[in-house]
Design a protein around this ligand. Structure first.
Ligand SMILES: [Zn+2]
Length: 55
């Protein structure tokens, strides 16, 4: 048994088991310190602010 939280991408369920009850292998989910999406949206926000400042 691991103390890592695993997730079945098929059922979208969280599990501590290596394999889900559906037979699909559960994948470990790592806590994202920052996601590229958030970084991108932040960049977009800065860009928007700059654009508005110039105008
Ligand atoms: Zn499953």
């Amino acid at each position: 048994m691991t103390n890592t939280i695993l997730k079945c991408n098929k059922c979208k369920k969280y599990s501590m088991e290596r394999f889900c009850e559906c037979g699909e292998e559960c994948l470990s989910i790592k806590p994202a310190k920052y996601s590229p999406i958030d970084k991108y949206s932040k960049y977009r926000l800065d860009y928007k602010k700059k654009f508005l400042d110039i105008k």
